[in-house]
Design a protein around this ligand. Sequence first.
Ligand code: BV8
Ligand code: ZN
Length: 243
Amino acid sequence: MPERDAGDLLRDAERIVVFTGAGMSAESGVPTFRDALTGLWQRFDAQALATPEAFEADPALVWGWYEWRRAEVELVWPNAGHRAVATIAAHTPDTLVITQNVDDLHERAGTTRIVHLHGSLFAPRCSACGHAAAVSELPAEGGRIPPPACADCGDDVRPGVVWFGEPLPADALSAATEAASDCDLLLTIGTSGLVHPAAEIPYMAARAGAAVIQINPEPTPIDSVATINLRGPAAQILPDLVC
Ligand code: BV8
Ligand code: ZN
């Protein structure tokens, strides 16, 4: 029997997980995690800035970085890859998007069933009492911006993202683990597979017997479990898959 290609796997799948990383948003122009270090922040290491310790040491620096990144996301649009993912979900209702990204481009492309493993730029909360805070007016310019005070307890509001050294939201991680262990197809798109425990998702699906399709211009550790490797940019490859 001729080997089934990615389009066949997609057409036949009944339970799909789409696992995405920063490469999913690259063609929209969203700076990837490491590219988001320009201007004031260029002398920092992203992994050092995206930590509770950095926020503790200099809340205005870290809050300013996230507000600048949110402003960047608000300037761009979902790309053809995000729209193709929304088409997949419309065609196969039992599709869950599990993203490591903190932008809202999957939502703006029309996808509704999404798990944000690393939180969102659009869900600030109080660093003390956890009270959800309003998304403030976009900053007029970049730079250090003192975080707003919590309306409930007055403590600093923090970005609604998961920092290095912080646990992933338990509900998000269990929904993702459950879906990955039960799907019959997992698409992994634009992730280097280096950040744990999110990086374990494709391996969970492969162990459970799912087919794994990887879309990435570069090789990654996930090559070892990919049924099919599509080497190239998501916004070019995905639309051809769904047409
Ligand atoms: C935790 C939000 C424990 C913030 C982010 C096990 C082994 C090793 C290390 C660890 C481990 N367990 C824990 C760790 C430590 C750490 C970790 O994994 N470190 C790594 C770096 C070694 N993990 C943690 O700290 C996690 N927490 O485990 O807590 C715990 C448990 C209980 C109680 C207390 C503590 C938390 C990790 C979450 C960190 N937050 N994001 C923010 O955004 O500011 S992660 C952040 O970096 C992004 O979300 C992304 O996931 C990650 C990587 O970013 P990028 O490099 O930009 O993107 P990506 O890796 O996806 O690479 C881009 C890819 O796209 C490339 O492959 C490229 O080829 C491709 N590409 C480019 N263009 C395109 C494309 N693909 C397709 N189309 C294109 N056009
Ligand atoms: Zn509070």
